[in-house]
Design a protein around this ligand. Structure first.
Ligand SMILES: [Zn+2]
Length: 435
């Protein structure tokens, strides 16, 4: 009568010891040790693109463990991490009276007799654990873990350092992989440094681990044209100011390669949607490609001056205009918000400085408006008028100390008076409250 624990096929497998030995220079090695009985398995693996192409094991253990290691020696080539995880789950399930693993691992059915000996389950699993240990040391996996960890830390850092109290914003930053939107190394990372003449962006080159992207820095998308993936703390704060809510419809003008589009897509969730518009064909193409994992996000090539039809709960503009475009204001739904950099022309022909203006439409078509942050942005080409720029520059010079008192955006015709902060031909930024 044969012993259910030590069936003949098991003894044969153990004796054959398929794959016994060490590899000359393995890509990774792993170890599993069972302190209960002193059994030990050392595994060497050669990997190609995450798949096992070579395996050897040194097993100092009982017959069950030896037989299990011997099975791996014949069956594991071609398996990747996911297959090994599945094998571990299936063998564990079988030992709990479940069905045997699927081919080619069905040979593990030889251990079904061990199911009733709970203390021996680990003996069967030990070689698989050694393989898992080895795969966990795979450099690419390690890098991915490293990056995921950096991303979580980065989001938590924004919560504390940028004062983000909205959890949905923090978790959106923890989920969206910035590297997907910036592209492969080398990266040109811009740090803000204080010089005697003011703040300056200083660029340094980094390569290797994308974890370097998870700092509060801008990253060049097109350095020559001074187009960057913007500063995370700035946008996290701005998103907190405009408070995007689940289910909202957002228009993102000047979406670049789509990183902040994806952050907003996460915040509005599956019931909401976001439409990005980008004037640069290369950036628009990159955004479209990078945003494929967000089914609620779409991208179109366009100048953003003519807003696609539809009423928007939120319009976010990532390039500077000298005035609010009528199409933006008219594109807002009741209670919709518009956030854009109101910037004057400066010495740099590509960008201008000013402040981020947050405009909110009330039910009656009246607009509340307030400045929320200083801003330097590349120009929104369809939204620049020299006379508006000149008026803004004058308002910034003379009324800088009263920026925070601006309360409304008026579109009605009126004579300029002391309640106007910036009185232009087509709009007026006023100290008067929106009624
Ligand atoms: Zn006015």
């Amino acid at each position: 009568m044969s012993d259910p624990l030590y069936r003949r096929d098991l003894l044969r497998l153990a004796a054959d010891a398929h794959g016994a030995g060490r590899l000359p220079s393995p890509d990774v090695s792993g170890l599993a040790y069972n302190p209960a009985c002193g059994d030990k398995v050392v595994i060497d693996l050669d990997l190609d693109d995450g798949r096992i192409v070579g395996l050897a094991h040194e097993t100092k253990a009982c017959v069950l463990t030896q037989a299990s290691a011997s099975i791996l020696g014949t069956t594991l080539k071609g398996a990747d991490k996911a297959a090994v995880e599945e094998l571990h789950a299936q063998v564990s399930a079988m030992l709990e009276q479940g069905p045997p693993p699927k081919p080619p691992f069905d040979i593990y059915a030889a251990f079904s007799g061990a199911a009733e000996y709970k203390s021996r389950h680990r003996c069967v699993l030990l070689p698989i654990e050694a393989v898992r240990d080895a795969l966990a040391k795979n450099r690419i996996d390690q890098m991915e873990n490293n990056v995921a960890q950096a991303r979580r830390w980065f989001a938590e850092d924004l919560r504390i350092a940028a004062g983000i109290t909205d959890d949905t914003i923090v978790s959106a930053f923890a989920r969206v992989p910035r590297e997907t939107f910036i592209g492969p190394a080398p990266w040109r990372i811009g740090t803000r440094v204080m010089k005697l003449g003011g703040q300056l962006l200083e660029y340094h080159t980094f390569e290797g681990d994308p974890a370097v992207l998870y700092h509060d820095v801008v990253v060049a998308l097109d350095e020559q044209r001074e187009i960057n993936n913007g500063q995370p703390s700035l946008w996290a704060r701005l998103f907190q100011d405009v408070a995007p809510r689940a289910g909202e419809r957002i228009l993102h003008l000047g979406c670049g390669t789509g990183y902040y589009t994806a952050i907003l897509a996460e915040i509005v969730g599956g019931d909401g949607s976001i439409h990005g518009v980008e004037v640069d064909p290369n950036l628009a193409k990159r955004a479209e490609h990078a945003l494929t994992s967000w089914p609620n996000a779409t991208v179109a090539l366009g100048d953003g001056a003519t807003v696609p039809p539809g009423a928007w709960d939120l319009i976010v503009v990532s390039a500077g205009a000298t005035h609010p475009l009528h199409s933006w204001l008219d594109g807002l739904a009741p209670n919709g918000r518009l956030l854009f950099p109101l910037t004057a022309d400066g010495p740099n022909p590509r960008n201008g400085s000013g402040a981020m203006l947050l405009v909110s439409r009330s039910g009656g078509g009246v607009f509340a408006a307030r400045f929320v942050a200083p801003a330097t942005f590349v120009h929104f080409e369809g939204g620049r008028a020299p006379e508006d720029s000149a008026r803004l520059l004058q308002a910034l010079r003379q009324g800088f100390h009263r920026l925070a008192e601006v309360r409304s955006l008026r579109r009605d015709e009126h004579a300029p008076d002391e309640t106007c902060w910036l009185h232009a031909d087509t709009f007026c930024l006023s100290y008067r409250a929106a009624l």
